[in-house]
Design a protein around this ligand. Structure first.
Ligand SMILES: Cc1ncc(COP(=O)(O)O)c(C=O)c1O
Length: 499
């Protein structure tokens, strides 16, 4: 059906007799604009719809009388336009099968794809630390939660969204984060965001003064803070996490940390440093931004609770489902001190523009039903097994190299002999293995010397490709020293299991 502006619904299934009720079909926007007679304008609109692909070859057009009625023009005009387009080869008309878009020889060439070169080949194996195993996404449980969430959703869930997030999700998150991560918060202190990345963008605009960042971290997280006007000061990191003793001298008013599992080097922030950073925040009025991106994954003992639990007024806690479920959901949260809640909400705007209410309600239901806990328990077992397999494989094939950061998370770091990172990455690429070196994570002004190494995302490959990825990794590594008469070094696993 058409409105008076020329939006016509074309029955692409080919039914609909003149004068009768038209069967539902594809919506077609016909713009009868521009110069010329009505017939000319209709012909132009149909040619445009065909050449752009909006009307596919074989599509049956509505009978000319109904299109005429829909467009508010004379049936003869539509009949004449159809006739001319048949003559030009755009349309075909056959007794009994109506008027259709011509199947062969579409008169105008279709838009060419932008790239004529072959698309880059995907690597056969992937150990990038970007994602959990995408094949492990709990589709059935997520679908069931979506059904229940939709059935129970109030009508207002389909109206304009509150920028703080759906109340159902904020209540579930407050309960879950307290129970599982030791976060001290309440629903009114939770702000739903499209991942940690959005939280950092908002913080970049709301905070004042420089922000200290770990000298190894995600470059794009640093640039999100910088885009908000923040100057960044790098803080050294070692096996015990960020060098908190150096923090007061930076003059920063806030510090971004990954306390549970330093990203990417892998050390948990040492207990003394956890206490020291809270002391710093209390005495200076500073703020800690705690990125708890993979805090649920701890393998050899209970997870370390969130730093936020030590002082909820001085820590902004950040998390998301990107490591636990999928980075494609774009679903995350902040647990914020009271004094920042209004400013951070205002920075998001007056309405929710990023996170859809259906995925928020689904995740709330997923949490409430215990499906998130079950999924985490299941995947923790899988990733722990992979972690063990990675460590055992490296101990057997590369005992001269040290692997660290293995107590938690979905990635580990393999240190390489100085200067060998580029050649190892080239060898990996030749073997079809996508893997990152340590260097791109290093802040250019880092006070600690550069390390050569690989960041091994062992959560990423699908289960069937994991063994192949390890094999390719071992082949890409630089060889160890030639065996001599003395016994060689034992497996080089940094002793951090109990860290
Ligand atoms: C250090 C770090 N922080 C946070 C995240 C999550 O970011 P987001 O929630 O924006 O996907 C990741 C990746 O998953 C990460 O590696």
């Amino acid at each position: 059906m058409a409105d008076r502006w020329g939006n016509s619904r074309v029955d692409s299934r080919g039914s609909g007799a003149d004068g009768g009720e038209q069967a539902p079909g594809a919506d077609l926007h016909l713009e009868l604009a521009g110069p010329g007679s009505k017939r000319d304008r209709l012909m132009r609109a149909l040619r445009e719809a065909i050449s752009s692909g909006r009307l596919a070859p074989g599509t049956r057009l509505p009978p000319y009388r109904s299109l005429a009625r829909d467009l508010g023009i004379a049936p003869n005009t539509v009949g004449a336009a159809y006739g001319e387009l048949v003559a030009e080869g755009w349309l075909t008309a056959r007794q009994g099968s109506g008027t259709r878009v011509a199947r062969r020889g579409t008169p105008l060439p279709r838009q060419r794809p932008h790239h004529t070169a072959a698309p880059p080949r995907r690597p056969a194996y992937d150990l990038l630390p970007t994602s959990p195993d995408a094949a492990a996404f709990p589709r059935a449980d997520w679908l069931a939660a979506t059904r229940r969430a939709l059935a129970a959703a109030p009508h207002d869930a389909f109206g304009v969204g509150d920028p703080r997030g759906r109340p159902e999700l904020r209540a579930q998150l407050a309960e879950y984060l307290a129970r599982a991560r030791g976060v001290r918060t309440a629903p009114h202190r939770i702000i739903v965001v499209a991942g940690v990345a959005q939280a950092l963008s908002l913080l970049g605009t709301v905070l004042r003064g420089p922000v200290a960042v770990e000298s190894y971290g995600l470059e794009f997280h640093r640039s999100l803070l910088a885009a908000g006007g923040r100057d960044l000061v790098p803080l050294g990191v070692d096996a015990h996490g960020a060098d908190i003793a150096a923090l007061p001298a930076t003059g920063a008013g806030a510090v971004l940390l990954t306390p549970a599992h330093q990203f990417p080097t892998g050390g948990p922030l040492h207990a003394e440093r956890r206490a020291a950073v809270i002391d710093w925040a209390r005495t200076t009025g500073g703020l800690v931004l705690e990125d708890d991106y993979d805090g649920e994954f701890r393998y050899d003992r209970e997870p370390i609770g969130a730093l936020q639990g030590l002082d909820p007024d001085r820590v902004v806690y950040l998390g998301s489902v990107s490591k636990s479920l999928s980075p494609a959901l774009r679903l995350g949260w902040m647990a914020v001190p009271d004094h920042l809640a209004d400013a951070l909400t205002a920075a998001k705007g007056t309405r929710e523009l990023w996170v859809g209410s259906v995925s928020q309600l689904t995740f709330a239901e997923f949490l409430a039903a215990g499906a998130y806990d079950r999924h985490l328990r299941r995947t923790r077992r899988v990733y722990r097994r992979r972690r063990d397999q990675l460590v055992a494989t490296l101990a057997a094939h590369a005992p001269h190299l040290t692997v660290s950061g293995i107590a938690a998370g979905l990635h580990a770091v393999l240190d390489l002999p100085p200067g060998t990172e580029p050649q190892t990455l080239r060898a990996a690429a030749r073997l079809g293995l996508a893997v990152n070196g340590l260097s791109p994570y290093r802040h250019p002004g880092s006070p600690v010397p550069a390390r050569d190494g690989l960041v091994l995302g062992y959560g990423t490959p699908p289960e069937h490709a994991f063994a192949g990825a390890l094999e390719a990794l071992c082949l890409a590594l630089p060889p160890g020293p030639a065996p001599g008469p003395a016994p060689g070094p034992g497996p080089g696993v940094a002793g951090e299991r109990g860290a």
